[in-house]
Write a protein that binds this ligand. Sequence first.
Ligand SMILES: Cc1ncc(COP(=O)(O)O)c(C=O)c1O
Length: 496
Amino acid sequence: MSDTTRKPTSAKKSSPRKTAAKRTSVSATTTEAAVPTAVAVAQTVAAAAPVRPTPSVAPAAQSNAALLARREAAVARGVASAAPIFAARAENAELWDVEGHRYIDFAGGIAVLNTGHRHPDVIAAAKTQEDLYTHTSFQVVPYEPYVALAEKLNALAPGDFAKKSLLVTTGAEAVENAVKIARAATGRPGIIAFSGSYHGRTLMTLGLTGKVAPYKKDVGPFPADIFRAPFPDARAGITVADALHGLETLFLTDADPSRVAAIILEPVLGEGGYHPVPAEMWHALREICDKHGILLISDEIQAGFGRTGTWFAVEHSGVAPDLITVAKSMAGGYPIAGVVGRAEVMDALAPGGLGGTYGGNPVACAAALAAIDAIAAEGLLARSTTLGETMRARLAEMGARTAPFRMWDIRGLGAMLAVEFVTDFDSATPDTGFTKSVIGHALRRGLILLACGMHGNAIRIMVPLTASDAIIEEGMQLFEAALADAVAERMATAAE
Ligand SMILES: Cc1ncc(COP(=O)(O)O)c(C=O)c1O
């Protein structure tokens, strides 16, 4: 698909910045001797790229600085924000702050916006639903959109078996419920999760999460019967065989497999750095689970709904998990999440054992049904694949040209991509400072980026799949300019 889709409406007319960075034509190189050239290229790229100009719109009614001050005084410190700006409005892959500055959004509200900000069909469906009723609580008076969304999830999820679904509100709640369902279905307590994983911020999901800072600091203890296995990260020297050996060792040392209810993993580690689970690992886990009567859970909260080129990222492996957790891009910006899985497993809890006052809110259900339809109608699965290929090639090119020996890895699945930065290719030391610098310069130039990885030294791309080719290219040019800024800054510091 070429230039997908919808044009921003009112967003366009007050866009304060139309410029695009000029591409340099220096050829790519990765040799040590080329570094001085790379520095020169970095300076050229940085000079040629646009810095966000003063907005041409009328003076802002609010300033980012004033709102930041209010935020600091009123909002708990633990709620961090990656960007020190405040949103005024957004459309597809663009966002404007309260001062009128325009940004290209490569973060998508943390992988929520595969169909973009305010997809017209999603907004229309939500508005139609709002005119009927906004809340009854499904547990008091049920409604059709909940049932329709459950039917849709049952039909989309992989696996040639009967399925049922539960709807809740947040990703963490979906994971919590998947654990409850797995425990009730198996009569076993144990749950195995992986190093580097992220499953949420509630106490059970924090227990499952395999990354301490900042999530798990100061808030334990976490629930019992959670065990950790090593994630297969080839780049860190952990092969699939190593990871499976770790799991088998865990069965011998701590987690009696006959007492394990489920193994949960993200098909692509999200917060952990966008490492895809190799297909071989999925197949081995399926076999291990079948052997021991353990349920296999794919946490698709970040990777699902087209992000990787399939409805669910686990589909790339051909393995059908027993349960799948979903959220984020399922509803194009509305808070809803769920668990879909084997009907007999999903039915393990007695009536009243699952639910919540707001679970499966009707407006969010309507939005989700529209977002899912849009993903299908606009060919966004195929778009994710081609977009992933284009962005991968562009990132490789800019890494070689502008920051040789820093862009250590470009990885992911489909359009779920991350680039990892190191101080140099020999030591491959994670360079968190450099990564932060790229993100800071990108924001200054008008591009929203988000970090990930165990050391915060990777940048993940979660741009709407509905973004036009022109917006993607503009974002890529800003990315390269920010990269050049960070290289120049590092060189200047080194020279002092
Ligand atoms: C894989 C995964 N699981 C669970 C969650 C938790 O979702 P939420 O933030 O909606 O609770 C996230 C959120 O980023 C996630 O990426």
